[in-house]
Design a protein around this ligand. Structure first.
Ligand SMILES: [Cu+2]
Length: 351
């Protein structure tokens, strides 16, 4: 085959591969995935035509070289580039997103199952849209007052003895804005970031039911650092989409504890928004204060740089490098701006 025919074949092959790539994307992820990848596709198109042109140039170069040493040097050049590329890329995990990301922590790696990623794009319309992902910092469960005969401020709601506290949480994967026009697939407890604040007393028995919404694509669980149990209850609460599990634990130590999803890779689950606080009050309760707020910092790792609009995919590589695009309080930018006003208690309640 002469060089001219070879060039034509090359152009046809490149065009066919590009068309095939578009068809495969539409087939596995629909128009949502195509729309999400449109910038990347444009970049790939530019890269492919540049490579094709380079190949034409290379073929002409090879064609015009007759000496054996020159041809040998070209072969050595190609082998060198191949070795460099293979070492740089490393071991590829082909069935996860993003590919080629590897870590050596316990459990699964930081990628997402590719099947779930494609299903996400195909079923994007089914995910609940949350207008405001931020947990209102003013929504704090009331203090657990301890009734006392010589304390007139102790209300009837106060209680002396440990009780059985029943709590229910639902894990939900939703869509919401990080900032105006910037959308993220949050994974949540009860549809907010952070999840609800839980408030109990030391000695209480907590009966916690965790339900995983049927629209979820992933397993979830809850690891409460206040629970003295394997994985803080995480091992006993792994729930598949649509499944529920209930655990009981006694709060042994007072303190303010984090809870979070601990399904592997747990950093990935937490970086999607799966965390909250549980406050275990001491037996005598906490000293009264004017105002309580519920605020948690979180980090969001998005494929697009800071401020890039549209749907943003999770970027595991940035997470491994601890380079978040957004460091936020209560799930999104501006969540607590103009939303935290300390107000004094009515005079009759001030000691
Ligand atoms: Cu999870």
């Amino acid at each position: 085959m002469n060089l001219h025919k070879l060039s034509n074949v090359l152009v046809v092959i490149v065009a066919a591969l590009l068309l095939l790539a578009v068809l495969v994307i539409l087939l596995v992820g629909g128009f949502s995935l195509f729309g999400f990848l449109r910038v990347s596709l444009l970049q790939a198109f530019g890269f492919v035509i540049a490579i094709t042109a380079s190949l034409f140039f290379f073929l002409r170069l090879v064609h015009s070289i007759d000496s054996v040493p020159m041809r040998a040097s070209i072969v050595v050049f190609i082998i060198g580039v191949a070795i460099f590329a293979s070492v740089s890329v490393g071991k590829a995990y082909l069935f996860q997103y993003p590919m080629c990301v590897q870590s050596f922590g316990p459990g699964a790696g930081p990628g997402l199952p590719l099947q779930n990623v494609l299903t996400f794009f195909r079923q994007m319309d089914q995910f609940e849209w949350i207008d405001d992902i931020a947990h209102n910092p003013n929504r704090v469960p009331p203090p657990i007052a301890i009734a006392s005969a010589d304390d007139p401020l102790s209300s009837a709601s106060g209680r002396r003895e440990p009780e059985l506290i029943r709590l229910t949480l639902e894990t939900k994967e939703v869509l919401a804005e990080i900032a105006p026009g910037i959308v993220f697939n949050y994974w949540t407890f009860n549809g907010t970031v952070p999840g609800p604040m839980l408030r109990v007393r030391v000695g209480d028995t907590v009966e916690l039911t965790l339900h995983n919404n049927a629209t979820s694509l992933h397993q979830h669980n809850i690891d409460l650092h206040a629970a003295t149990a394997p994985g803080g209850g995480g091992e006993a609460t792994v729930v598949a989409p649509g499944e529920s599990k209930t655990i009981r634990f006694r709060t042994l130590n007072p303190g303010l504890y984090v809870y979070h999803c601990a399904v592997s890779n747990m950093s990935v689950h937490m970086a999607h928004g799966m965390y909250g606080l549980i406050l275990v009050e001491p037996e005598q309760g906490l000293p009264p204060v004017d105002k309580e707020f519920y605020v948690m910092q979180g980090e969001l790792y998005t494929t697009g740089a800071l401020g890039r609009s549209g749907l943003q995919a999770f970027d595991a590589k940035k997470m491994l490098h601890t380079q978040p695009e957004y460091v936020v309080f209560n799930g999104r930018t501006g969540a607590i701006v103009d939303n935290m006003h300390a107000c004094h208690l009515p005079r009759k309640l001030v000691h």
